[in-house]
Design a protein around this ligand. Structure first.
Ligand code: FE
Ligand code: FE
Ligand code: ZN
Length: 306
């Protein structure tokens, strides 16, 4: 059987911090995972020693999980396309600091939503983002960390929903510390036809950017039609992309060593919402869509059967 790298977004909070993250991933049967260094929607960061990095690294080691398969996601409120000097400065400092923290832990890949051009136009937005990345890579020069530009859905004034927009930034910055994270929901919502033309989309990415630039995948189904520019994730097999197309990404020989991260929504039960990742990963490993997945997740948590 083919050895796949599959995991999910996990939380990072409370007293346990990173130790809680890796234990959550292990509970779901994952061999790679992704987390925020603090809350996803703000830029508050705890003191370094409260992250529990040494114990975290020990657990990774014991479970044969490579540090390079632990992906960090930058908070999505940071916008690197800002013209205002103070806001620009804050964003650049903040992302540089995230990279410094990662470097201290020994983690490599930081996924970044490149930015929103607001009313400045796409070209100006891309230039501003490229300038921000240049500064960030200068500030952190000599480190082994790598920034991954996420393929976006094109919601509002989001930059980088077309491969050529990402390529423009890569060309300007010209650094081997700037690569790409491919999000399946976002590319579908951006208009790429993953369902009917998987090879065509992959070939287009290869021609414009180069497949070897992909260092992480976000594997999500989509609630909306191709080209909707909405960005609403759906559980694997329950959306417009569908189970079989998502399986193609996960088992594609060309991407076999690249971490695949689920960012699918929690399942809403009567009392609360619950993580679907353990069940989604079982379905992925079986290569068989589980149409009762949501019911099974709710049942498990609300009747606390494990
Ligand atoms: Fe993202
Ligand atoms: Fe994503
Ligand atoms: Zn998204």
């Amino acid at each position: 059987m083919m050895k796949i790298k599959i995991g999910s977004h996990v939380s990072n909070n409370g007293k346990e911090m990173l130790v809680g993250s890796v234990n959550e991933a292990l509970k779901y049967g994952e061999n790679c995972f992704m987390l925020y260094l603090g809350a996803p929607q703000n830029t508050f960061r705890k003191p370094f020693n409260e992250l529990n990095a040494p114990e975290f690294l020990e657990i990774l080691n014991k479970n044969n999980i490579s540090k390079d398969d632990v992906i960090i996601h930058a908070p999505y409120i940071v916008n690197l396309a800002q013209n205002d000097p103070d806001k620009h400065e804050f964003a650049v400092r903040f992302i540089s600091n995230e990279l410094k923290i990662m470097s201290k832990i020994g983690l490599k890949y930081l996924v970044v939503h490149p930015g929103n051009h607001m009313n400045q136009g796409m070209d100006r937005g891309l230039e501003l983002i490229a300038g921000s990345f240049k500064e960030i890579l200068d500030i952190t020069a000599g480190d082994d960390t790598v920034i991954l530009i996420e393929t976006m859905a094109g919601k509002g004034s989001e930059c980088c929903f077309e491969f050529s927009q990402i390529k423009k930034i890569l060309n300007i910055v010209n650094s081997n510390r700037l690569k790409v994270c491919f999000d399946t929901c976002h590319t579908n919502d951006a208009g790429y036809d993953l369902v009917n033309d998987y090879e065509g989309v992959i070939n287009e990415f290869d021609r414009i950017i180069g497949l070897d630039n992909i260092k992480a995948f976000h594997i999500n189904d989509s609630m909306n039609e191709r080209g909707s520019h909405k960005d609403r994730h759906q559980n694997i097999g329950f959306g417009t992309i569908g189970f079989d197309t998502l399986i193609k990404f996960i088992y594609d020989e060309r991407f076999i060593d690249i971490p695949k991260i689920l960012e699918t929504p929690y399942v809403k039960g009567l009392k609360d919402s619950y993580p679907p990742y353990k069940e989604e990963i079982i379905a992925i490993r079986n290569k068989k869509f589980n149409e009762n997945l949501k019911e099974e997740v709710i049942e498990k948590y609300e009747n606390s059967i494990n």
